[in-house]
Ligand binder design. Structure first.
Ligand code: NAP
Length: 251
């Protein structure tokens, strides 16, 4: 499948491994210049080795939960590129949590701060830049946990539901500025993040049985819809979340 993104400038948050790394690889393949951000410099450098596209790749370590880091990230983008065509909000973290009644408020804070407030911080900076320049595409990675109460993933799900509503709000606010804002909500995908689930055979079989397509997603199953939403193919789509779950939420 081809998505022509020649010379587009794209920021991928959480791009050093997993889904973000493969989104970056596909963006580069389609001709984009990619800015990769994640917390650890070593992780970014290792990603750059596997991407083998150093001239089209910019590495910027940043913790999206820290306002100063996000400010510095966008200052660097402004200075080097003077614009941003595409933002992929891919950072996400989860910790298995007890039910709300028994939850330590510190744990709530930690999960919401990275997943929801961090995404908000990045979106706010991108929205300002894209509104001024009069173009842009924002794609955020949600999760079906944001649509379906999932034991142990309640706070993460609340954060993802917030990202989906932020997608609608931003889409409405930026539509007349030629900025489109969408999201992709995957079910389980085979990455480090979800390894505790898919590497446990019993759990993996249980999850697979809930998916009409009868298999767990590979990373590329998620990357293709993200590229579509970042490309011209989605020219009249905004404020939407595309669910990528093999039919799991259809039944
Ligand atoms: N895998 C799944 O089953 C699944 C299912 C549904 C949705 N999702 C969503 O898909 C997205 C990607 O997931 P994944 O499985 O690819 O995750 P992953 O393998 O854990 O990768 C996460 C990436 O985010 C970076 N990161 C984490 N916290 C960060 C922070 N505060 N600031 C900047 N970078 C940060 C990590 O690098 P550093 O550690 O160096 O910062 C890494 O590059 C997430 O939003 C996740 O919620 C995943």
């Amino acid at each position: 499948m081809n998505f022509d993104l020649k010379d587009k400038t794209a920021l991928v948050t959480g791009g050093s491994r997993g889904i973000g790394l493969e989104i970056a690889r596909s963006l580069l393949k389609e001709g984009a210049k990619v800015i990769l951000c994640s917390r650890k410099k070593e992780g970014l450098e290792a990603a750059a080795v596997t991407l083998k596209k150093s001239e089209a790749l910019t590495l910027i370590p940043a913790h999206i939960g820290k306002l100063d880091d996000v400010d510095a990230l966008f200052a660097a983008i402004q200075e080097k590129f003077d614009h941003l065509d595409i933002l992929i909000n891919n950072v996400g973290m989860n910790l298995i949590t007890p039910g709300i009644a028994d939850l330590d408020p510190g744990l709530w804070q930690k999960i919401i701060d990275t997943n929801l407030s961090g995404t908000f911080r990045v979106c706010q900076k991108a929205a300002l830049m894209m509104r001024t320049q009069g173009f842009g595409k924002i794609v955020s990675i949600s999760s079906i946990a944001g649509r379906k109460a999932t034991p142990g993933m309640g706070i993460y799900g609340i954060a993802k539901a917030g990202i989906e509503m932020m997608t609608k709000v931003l889409a409405a606010e930026l539509a007349l500025f030629n900025v489109q804002v969408n999201a992709v909500a995957p079910a389980m995908v085979r990455t480090d993040f979800s390894k505790p689930f898919w590497s446990n055979k019993e759990l993996c079989d249980h999850v697979t049985a809930t998916i009409p397509m009868g298999k767990i997603a590979q990373i590329e199953d998620v990357v293709k819809p993200v590229l579509f939403l970042a490309s011209e193919g989605s020219s009249y789509i905004t404020g939407q979340t595309l669910v990528v779950d093999g039919g799991a939420t259809a039944i």
